[in-house]
Design a protein around this ligand. Structure first.
Ligand SMILES: NC(=O)C1=CN([C@@H]2O[C@H](COP(=O)(O)OP(=O)(O)OC[C@H]3O[C@@H](n4cnc5c(N)ncnc54)[C@H](OP(=O)(O)O)[C@@H]3O)[C@@H](O)[C@H]2O)C=CC1
Ligand SMILES: CC(=O)N[C@@H](CCC(=O)OP(=O)(O)O)C(=O)O
Length: 348
């Protein structure tokens, strides 16, 4: 018997991608979809690509409308899920794609987000290494509240954690520069995201340690065993609708070889269904992850500067959000982790 599912924020980009994946998931049936100003509209009016869900109508995002489901996925603006989930029964599996429950430090929340702090939930990045070599998926088994990572955070964390956990890389001088697609910013119209502004242009934002994903990256890489973790991280908007290409670099510890670094990454991800290390000399393209729940990682060592350089590609809406949410739900509920998810993208 399939589980009944509600998706809140179903008119947005993350909600739409959740619905696309859930519609093909054998264990879930979406019965409720909610929105804010678009409540009352047929879902198909907002998500015309989701033909198999054309029977659904968007209703208001209230605890009453979300109650009575086995699983609730939230794809709401930051700060909007805390109050709603407080009213849902403890036994309901709730998965939040927003940031409200990602940070374990209240002071980081206050510094980078502000507003009421609702506390951290189990973190939805199964492949994240812990200092002792275990993976974060162990914590997801049986969880009933899950916080899905920020998409930039996923790309950077997967691209650095094995080097940190293995003790081969310094954690205090990390640098990451990312090319990101505008869908990461959501559907709501913003002037700097108009096609006329982004086509033919690349622009940096969140520069100089100000991006709100910074403490989340530090949190993950500290969990992976890093000491005094510090990262300078700069995302750049580029004209592609989906995708993140994260170039992450770190200093090698004295005496560490390129072969040791590659071995650490290959060992960490050897059994991972969704994280693939590319052969030496190969680096990923975002195009090869579009629609797939895949992270592709390329690795090089720059001997002149004694830095490792990893290049990680993900689809921000799949492995960066909706796919990670479903992967984590699968683990929490005891389904095969890959259920309803694919490593195959679409091309061209
Ligand atoms: N886009 C991405 O790549 C990623 C997104 N996320 C997170 O997922 C969440 C959703 O993002 P995204 O889909 O991109 O955003 P969108 O702007 O595309 O969608 C936002 C959704 O929230 C609803 N909404 C807007 N304002 C309110 C409100 N005040 N109260 C309740 N609901 C509201 C909207 O409804 P309506 O249409 O009716 O206004 C819509 O359904 C965010 O927390 C985001 O950070 C996380 C990782 C990556
Ligand atoms: C292009 C763009 O603006 N991208 C977003 C990514 C959003 C994301 O990962 O989600 P959360 O907002 O849930 O953290 C950004 O860099 O802030």
């Amino acid at each position: 018997m399939s589980l009944s599912v509600a998706v809140a924020g179903a008119s947005g980009y993350a909600g739409g991608e959740l619905l696309r994946l859930l519609a093909a998931h054998p264990e879930f049936t979406v019965t409720t979809v909610t929105a804010f100003q678009n409540a009352g509209q047929p879902l198909i009016a907002l998500q015309p690509h989701l033909r198999s869900l054309s029977h659904l109508t968007l209703v208001e995002t209230t605890p009453q409308n979300l109650a009575g489901h086995d699983v609730v996925f939230l794809a709401l603006p930051h700060g909007k899920s805390g109050e709603i989930t407080a009213a849902l029964p403890d036994g309901t599996l709730v998965i939040d794609c927003g940031a409200d429950h990602r940070l374990t430090s209240e002071s980081d929340w206050a510094a980078f987000y502000g507003g009421e702090y609702f506390g951290a939930w189990t973190y939805g990045l199964p492949e994240l290494l812990h200092a002792d070599g275990s993976k974060h998926r162990d914590e997801l088994v049986g969880a009933t509240r899950i916080a899905v990572p920020g998409c930039n955070v996923t790309a950077i964390s997967l691209g650095l954690a094995p080097g940190i956990q293995s003790g081969l890389l310094e954690g205090d001088d990390l640098v990451a520069v990312l090319a990101v697609g505008p869908s990461g910013a959501g559907k709501a119209l913003k002037t700097n995201l108009l096609a006329s502004e982004i086509l033919g242009s690349a622009s940096a934002y969140g520069v100089g340690g100000t991006h709100r994903h910074t403490p989340e990256i530090v949190q993950n890489l500290t969990l992976a065993g890093g000491t005094d973790v510090g990262i300078s991280f700069t995302p750049m908007l580029v004209p592609m609708s989906r995708g993140i290409l994260a170039t992450s670099t770190a200093k090698l510890k004295p005496g560490v070889t390129a072969a040791q670094v590659r071995e650490a990454f290959e060992a960490a991800y050897a059994d991972e269904p969704f994280v693939h290390v590319l052969p030496a000399g190969e680096f990923p393209r975002t195009a090869d992850t579009v629609g797939a729940n895949t992270a592709l990682v390329g690795i090089a060592v720059d001997e002149a500067t004694r830095r490792v350089v990893t290049v990680t590609a993900i689809d921000n809406l799949v492995k960066g959000t909706a796919g990670a949410a479903i992967q984590s739900a699968n683990i929490a509920l005891g389904f095969a982790e890959t259920t309803g998810l694919s490593t195959n993208g679409v091309a061209p």
